[in-house]
Design a protein around this ligand. Structure first.
Ligand code: 8X3
Length: 249
């Protein structure tokens, strides 16, 4: 039997890249992202069959055209991992930038919707599939200055629940992975390249790695057909809530 096909968005770094590395022996992978050079490098490093799709999830036409351009034998996607997502800024609501707000809502919410819309109909037709939405503890809690990022991840939480309801009769699994503090390029992006500020986020405690989260995603995919992991919050042991972190000094 041929290997199942998994499409992962945001594979050029962090959780998406770690997940691609972890799944590459057991899945035919479609790795997606904006940065072609990074996608090609990753494709060369992975062991299995890999297709690259280079698009920005914000670009609706590009999302649909790219997924439509897949060769026929790659179109029956079994697993969709909606991982692309970013935080832009950490500002009080009266000081936030509308560009940052647009980016977060466009990538985290609308981008996820476009990719899902391009893939879910064939899952419904085949009565088979698993969607994993990579959300965040910020989809379950709100923290000061998190306003729009938290709103975008709360929207992802609502979409996960809505997808689970709407796709229930079609036998499609829908899982939400909600990580706490994971050391990736996340904070560098949030703080617009300020690496000192970004690294402070992960100092004096042990954060999760992207690989930790990838292993959790793999766990949800490996459950037997009758088992669906619904929502899974994964935290560093040192983190209790989005604001309570046991920093050692
Ligand atoms: C990433 C976790 O707490 O920085 O989504 O929002 S947090």
């Amino acid at each position: 039997m041929s290997q199942p096909i998994a499409l992962i968005t945001g594979t050029t770094s962090g959780i998406g890249e770690a997940t691609a590395r972890l799944l590459s022996e057991k899945y035919r992978l479609i790795i997606c992202g904006r940065r072609k050079d990074r996608l090609e490098k990753l494709q060369n490093e992975l062991v299995g069959e890999v297709q690259i799709l280079c698009f920005d999830v914000r670009d609706k036409e590009a999302v649909f055209a790219s997924i439509e351009s897949l060769p026929t034998d790659w179109k029956k996607i079994d697993v969709l991992i909606n991982n692309a997502g970013n935080a832009h800024g950490l500002d009080f609501i009266h000081e936030g930038s509308t560009e940052d707000w647009d980016a977060m809502m466009d990538i985290n919410v609308k981008g996820l919707l476009y990719v899902s819309k391009a893939i879910i109909p064939q899952m419904v037709e085949r009565k088979k599939g698993h969607i994993v939405n990579v959300s965040s503890i910020a989809g379950l809690e709100v923290y000061q200055r998190g306003n729009v990022y938290c709103a975008s991840k709360h929207a992802v939480d609502a979409l996960t629940k809505g997808m689970r309801m709407d796709l229930n009769e079609h036998g499609i699994k829908v899982t939400s992975i909600d990580p706490g503090l994971v050391e990736t390029e996340f904070s560098e992006v949030r703080f617009k390249g300020d690496s000192d500020r970004a690294s402070q986020v992960y100092q004096n405690f042990t954060p999760l790695t992207a690989h930790d989260v990838a292993e959790t995603i793999e766990f949800t995919l490996n459950r037997p057909p009758h088992v669906m992991i619904g929502d899974l919050l994964i935290l560093p042991t040192d983190q209790a809530t989005s604001t309570i972190v046991n920093k050692k000094s």
